[in-house]
Design a protein around this ligand. Structure first.
Ligand code: BES
Ligand code: MN
Ligand code: ZN
Length: 501
């Protein structure tokens, strides 16, 4: 367990295993807290800079031993890069770099840090504290472990030290928010990490329920009987080959006075394991398809955070959760199904199952008369071919304001989105001989035609689709605050989006 605390005072006096200060690139005589520490160390930081050992470049740090000159035995100086380019993303990175470096030192279990950016950086103190907390907590994330010997948590305490008493309240508030946001991202990472035999639809529902009991969120879980009564046969088709029951998870955040407002609705693809079904995937790397519920994880976790942050808006999260398996009862290529709103689809590939689960979910959410609907889905391999693996999520929208709102949230959260077109000509590729649409497409229209398929099932509301297939799982660490594996992509993006839109 990692706990955060706040302290007023001079960081040089902190009694802890390591104190963390910072340096902008190009500075030769540090000021502020770093200057005070340098003076106490008789100019040791200035000598490091003069000797060329440390330049303040972002992503670098220097470790010094205080030899009794300070109560703490170690000082870590983290580079912030050029002062003119420094922003909240830099705070997150700096916090993460420090946490990662200290986690590698056995003697360090506690550290104290200044709030990067809240002093000479000129950033809002609450925002800086929130982002620093996120960076530290997310960098130290460990996936669930299935080993007999327990892996000890290396760092157990982080203290944010601030000299100015008037900034303490803002910093306190920022830390609380940062913990809520980081906890939600870590929940999403946990759910994505868990293997398909552990986290199947009903188990996922229980996991979510356990995390939201004290939030005021209203949770509804629909099972297959209810889904059948609703006519969600396109979604149910995906589940036919699985022994595990499909579930539609619904979380509603409606603070007093907003109950009748048109809600923002978030929808996440929740395929807890995707074998491809009868259109079976190749075996190599198939294990990664345990991350095919990354959209649902992001949506459920974002709702959890939105409720804990008391966002004064009505927000609803919906996750169609299902396992895609080949079996004697499985659906097949050529099958035709009618969904919740009477629309029909022909199945070309049972491996294009995500758009089927979403089709009925997009029909289901029409009942809320939403202000806007945003879906997140690990939908196509093609989005990674188009944009590059881990580069950005593809963004499709039928509404300019919604697209701009999402792009603004992407900028703020450093969770990249890149706009892609919803050309009418994509319709050609999803034309079926017998049904309204088909779920497969030619080789040259993979990501666009998948979005066009989804658009067919939307019902008049402003809608955006984020294809996060390249973002949910990272084979190597994509940034200092994200270890390799489950990324939790979209949680911070959705929180920022819901807050601002
Ligand atoms: N879950 C996959 C997409 C995916 C691929 C996610 C790689 C993450 C990494 C999706 O269900 C799928 O199988 N899509 C097919 C669609 C095709 C059959 C039209 C694809 O992209 O190959
Ligand atoms: Mn698939
Ligand atoms: Zn899938």
């Amino acid at each position: 367990m990692l706990t955060f605390s706040i302290k007023q005072g001079n960081i040089a006096a902190a009694e802890t295993d390591c104190i963390v200060v910072n340096l902008f690139a190009g500075v030769t005589t540090p000021g502020g807290a770093t200057g005070a520490v340098d003076q106490a160390l008789d100019g040791a930081i200035r000598r490091l800079i003069a000797g060329g050992d440390f330049t303040g470049e972002a992503g670098t740090s220097a470790l010094l031993y205080t030899q009794g000159a300070l109560p703490a035995p170690r000082v870590l100086v983290v580079g912030l890069g050029p002062a003119a380019e420094f922003d909240l993303a830099g705070v997150r990175r700096a916090g993460a770099e420090a946490a990662k470096r200290l986690a590698g030192i056995k003697g360090v279990t506690r550290f104290a840090t200044i709030v990067h950016g809240a002093g000479i950086g000129g950033l809002d103190a609450a925002a800086a504290a929130r982002t620093l907390t996120e960076g530290v907590r997310l960098a130290l994330y460990q996936a669930p472990q299935y080993r007999r010997e327990e892996k000890a948590a290396s760092i157990t305490s982080c203290t944010l030290v601030e000299f100015s008493p008037e900034k303490l309240d803002a910093i306190e508030q920022g830390v609380v928010q940062g913990e809520i946001v980081a906890d939600a991202v870590c929940d999403a990472r946990d759910w994505v990490s868990e293997p398909g035999n552990v986290l199947y639809p009903a188990a996922f529902a229980r996991r979510v329920e356990a995390r939201i009991t004290d939030t005021g969120l209203k949770m509804t879980v629909l099972g297959e009987e209810e889904l059948r009564e609703l006519g969600m046969n396109i979604f149910l088709a995906v589940s036919a080959g699985s022994e595990r029951e499909a579930q539609l998870l619904v979380l509603e955040h409606a603070p007093a006075g907003t109950e009748d407002d048109a809600p923002l609705v978030l929808v996440g693809k929740g395929v807890t394991f995707d074998t491809g079904g009868i259109s079976l995937k190749p075996g190599a790397e198939m294990w990664r398809m345990k991350s095919d519920m990354g959209g649902a994880a992001a949506v459920m976790a974002a709702l959890e955070a939105v409720a804990r942050l008391d966002v004064p808006k009505r927000v609803i999260g919906v996750a169609p959760c299902v396992e895609n398996m080949p079996d004697g009862r499985a659906y097949r290529p050529g099958d035709i199904f009618t969904g919740i709103n009477g629309k029909t689809t022909e199945i070309i590939s049972t491996d294009a199952e995500g758009r089927l689960a979403l089709a009925d979910a997009l029909g289901y959410v029409a009942r809320y008369e939403p202000r806007a609907v945003v879906d997140l889905a690990t939908l196509t391999g093609a989005v990674s071919i188009a944009l590059g693996q881990g580069m950005a999520a593809g963004l499709f929208a039928n509404d300019d304001a919604l697209r701009d709102g999402l792009l603004a949230a992407a900028e703020q959260s450093s969770e990249r989105l890149w706009p892609l077109p919803l050309y009418d000509e994509y319709k050609e590729s999803i034309k079926s001989d017998m049904a309204e649409v088909k779920n497969g497409a030619g080789r040259f229209s993979g990501v666009g035609s998948s979005a066009k398929f989804l658009e067919h099932f939307t019902e008049g509301y402003p809608w955006a689709h984020l294809d996060i297939a390249g973002m949910a799982w990272a084979s190597s660490s994509p940034n200092p605050f994200t270890p390799a594996g489950a990324v939790g992509f979209g949680v911070r993006l959705l929180i920022d989006f819901v807050n601002a839109y």
